[in-house]
Ligand binder design. Structure first.
Ligand code: GTR
Length: 324
């Protein structure tokens, strides 16, 4: 009995020391469940920070949209209520014009092309644009490519998409993208998609393998057409209010840890993509891989015309296309 009490006391004391040692606790948000590659990427960043600072700076991860849906958490991050937020570039499209560029349909030719762009000068410029909006973009993560899934029928061509209703992220660009393909878009928070499909409010949505699987959307939308219209990377942002409170040295450490976590996330991403695909196929879903993307790509021309308007954005697109 005494032994147990002593052990408990010691354990409590150890925990108290650990919490105490953590002088700067960064509150992080992610819409995805624990174990999802983005959540694990930020957790890995936390571990690195703890190691680099002897436990002085740490990250507390609130996964599974515990702090709210992406659009709301972005506002909370701008206000400094949330310190770190891992989100898609999509929900920033309406407020930061540069984020529309990696969100353009078929802008990247391959994962390799996307990595070269995002890890290089162009990616740096796009991340740099956040600082005018009370946010510091630390790094970008992988998110594969997004394709349409639905509860109604196998889609094998543009004709099949006509008149169908798809949920998109809350971004005008994606509303127009779906419109350009002849379907109807309904912007809605991620957390409402499952019931939206289940109740027939929407016919389907679009996302990558891990999101299609982890959200359970694959249970209510049995048809997945790999048209791969988007390859929008994820972005990890810090509240500028939090950033400004850090010493220059700590800012450097945070930036370094974020950049280093990218490699961890990308490795986990590749593994999870394969696992999610396996799980969805094992569930018996119909996966349409034999699809001619050319008409899809051609249909996107008006979207580029509408959104790539000023010289800065035109220049970014031209430079991305020129990256080998
Ligand atoms: C996922 C992405 C999330 C969220 C979601 C959505 O692929 O990782 O951050 O944007 O898509 O469609 O809302």
């Amino acid at each position: 009995m005494l032994k147990t009490v002593t052990a408990t006391l010691l354990a409590t004391a150890a925990m108290a020391t650990a919490t105490f040692a953590c002088e700067i606790m960064l509150k992080a948000s992610d819409t995805h469940p624990d174990g999802y590659p983005t959540v694990e990427g930020v957790k890995a960043m936390g571990k690195m920070l703890e190691e680099k600072t002897d436990g002085r700076i740490c990250i507390e991860m609130f996964h599974s949209a515990q702090l709210g849906e992406e659009k709301d958490t972005i506002e909370q991050t701008q206000f400094g209520v949330i310190d770190l937020n891992r989100v898609s570039f999509g929900p920033f499209n309406n407020i930061i014009p540069e984020t529309q560029i990696p969100s353009l349909p078929y802008i990247f030719r391959s994962v390799d092309h996307m990595h070269k762009v995002m890890d290089g000068e162009i990616g740096g410029e796009i991340l740099g644009a956040f600082s005018d909006h009370d946010l510091i973009a630390l790094t970008s993560y992988d998110a594969g490519s997004r394709s349409f899934y639905n509860s109604q029928k196998p889609i094998t061509s543009l004709e099949d998409l006509a008149g169908m209703k798809f949920r998109v992220m809350q971004s005008d660009l994606f509303v127009d993208m779906v419109g350009a393909l002849g379907a109807n878009a309904t912007p809605m928070p991620y957390g409402e998609v499952y019931s939206g499909i289940q109740t027939g409010v929407i016919d389907g949505a679009e996302n990558n393998w891990p999101s299609y699987e982890s959200s359970g959307h694959f249970e209510v939308a049995g048809y997945y057409t790999l048209d791969q219209h988007l390859m929008v990377p994820e972005v990890l942002v810090m509240s500028k209010m939090t950033w400004d409170k850090l010493s220059e040295e700590d800012q450097k450490l945070v930036m370094e840890a974020a950049k280093e976590s990218t490699a961890v996330q990308r490795k986990l991403w590749a593994e999870r993509e394969a696992e999610s695909e396996e799980k969805v196929r094992a569930a018996g879903n119909e996966i349409i891989t034999d699809i001619d993307k050319t008409p899809f790509i051609e249909a996107m021309a008006p979207v580029y015309e509408k959104y790539v308007t000023d010289e800065k954005l035109k220049d970014l697109v031209a430079r991305i296309q020129a990256v080998e």
